[in-house]
Design a protein around this ligand. Sequence first.
Ligand SMILES: Nc1ncnc2c1ncn2[C@@H]1O[C@H](COP(=O)(O)OP(=O)(O)OP(=O)(O)O)[C@@H](O)[C@H]1O
Ligand SMILES: [Mg+2]
Length: 256
Amino acid sequence: MPQQHRYRSNSYFFLAERGLSIPPVKLQQTRLEKSKLTIHRYYIKGDCQGSPTRASEWIGTLVADYIGITAPPPVVIQRLNGDLVFGSRRLAGVADDVITQNYLMNSANLEPNSSSLTGILSSIYAFDLFINNVDRHFGNYLTVQDIGARRLFAFDYGRSLFFRWPWTDFPAPGDHTRICGKVLRSTHGFDVQAAHAVLDKLARVAPTVIDAFLNQMPGEWLPQPLRREFIRVWSEEGRHARINALRKGLDDGSLL
Ligand SMILES: Nc1ncnc2c1ncn2[C@@H]1O[C@H](COP(=O)(O)OP(=O)(O)OP(=O)(O)O)[C@@H](O)[C@H]1O
Ligand SMILES: [Mg+2]
């Protein structure tokens, strides 16, 4: 039995040692044993309280990465009981939570090469608002120390997209994303240009890209009607209307 942790939600996390590609193919035990040096470990997550958490994680993580917001690589993991769960690759050398939160909260402590932190945080904020991620609290960032720089990763998209469906609202002022966003802005400021640049990129993501992401995910993770609706909203005016509403909210401060 792999090491197991329980966090505040109903999700469980394992350090799992088996990643699958889609279509799922079980890795041979012998191959795992022989390649111990290259094995990655994954934090895994199932659906939670009737919400398609795995699909939200999968799409949120892949779209983030596609537009340049760094996230730990996602993988489909098959548990020993056959369940297909979302896996987030454990980053090598990931810093302790306290170090990451100190980094986020103390502008005076910033290390060299982190002058673009304001831009990165502003990009993440705009992206979270777009995908309606209501849960960007300080525990949903990771950092890794890398030759004189600290690399920032945004992860945990479980409470985005299909968590509050239909995809019409933005995170509310009382949601973690807005509350923590405000705290981060008071420390680092806000880079409006970086936020708009993310929206420009999202406006250019073709529906075929989203379709490919959906096709790499096990079909059972998202009911067909929801999948069709998501593609429809992405393909039609809905996505551009959302982006325009977000631009307006960032410019007039109502979504800050
Ligand atoms: N890829 C990863 N690399 C390193 N640590 C990770 C990774 N994925 C998850 N973790 C660890 O597992 C914890 C829980 O993961 P995650 O935030 O996805 O779950 P959660 O139940 O949605 O959490 P919460 O509701 O508290 O935000 C994280 O706070 C982090 O410590
Ligand atoms: Mg989390």
